[in-house]
Design a protein around this ligand. Structure first.
Ligand SMILES: [Zn+2]
Length: 146
């Protein structure tokens, strides 16, 4: 496996530091970047993705912030709204990825842009499963200061 560091290309799976225990077997995959294709085929992909999702869930529950609002929480997806950037964040358990969208793009994304923008298969399938629920969401008022 290929922990390339500090790579933000969309052809990579990228995550933030979420494991601080250095003896954890996933430690070197935390705060790392992996080729998307390597990541998808990796036997531990599901476990890593799920752990990353759980950490994101806990963080959203433990750290309340006026800058952020949770719009939806399910076993498969966490959707948050970030007021300062007027962005929607869609965090997916299956793929372990977070999709960020400015509110001006939200509707177009829901209406089909997601099909071409999602990374192949894994992320595409994860989004596909939750599109009906995402369509029900109401975004908060936009932040007038930005
Ligand atoms: Zn690789």
């Amino acid at each position: 496996m290929c922990p390339l560091r500090r790579n933000t290309l969309s052809t990579h799976f990228r995550n933030a530091r979420f494991i601080t225990n250095k003896s954890h077997d996933f430690y070197r995959f935390s705060d790392a970047a992996l080729h998307w294709n390597c990541y998808v085929k990796w036997p531990h992909q599901g476990r890593l993705a799920s752990m990353y999702f759980e950490v994101a869930l806990q963080r959203s529950e433990l750290t309340r912030s006026q800058h952020r609002k949770t719009l939806m929480k399910s076993p498969e997806v966490l959707v948050e709204y970030w007021f300062e950037m007027n962005e929607v964040s869609v965090m997916l358990r299956k793929s372990g990825t977070e999709i960020r969208l400015h509110r001006s793009r939200w509707q177009a994304w829901l209406d089909g842009a997601w099909r071409s923008e999602c990374r192949p298969e894994l992320e595409h399938n994860a989004v596909s499963e939750c599109i009906p629920q995402l369509r029900e969401l109401q975004l908060p008022e936009s932040n007038a200061q930005t």
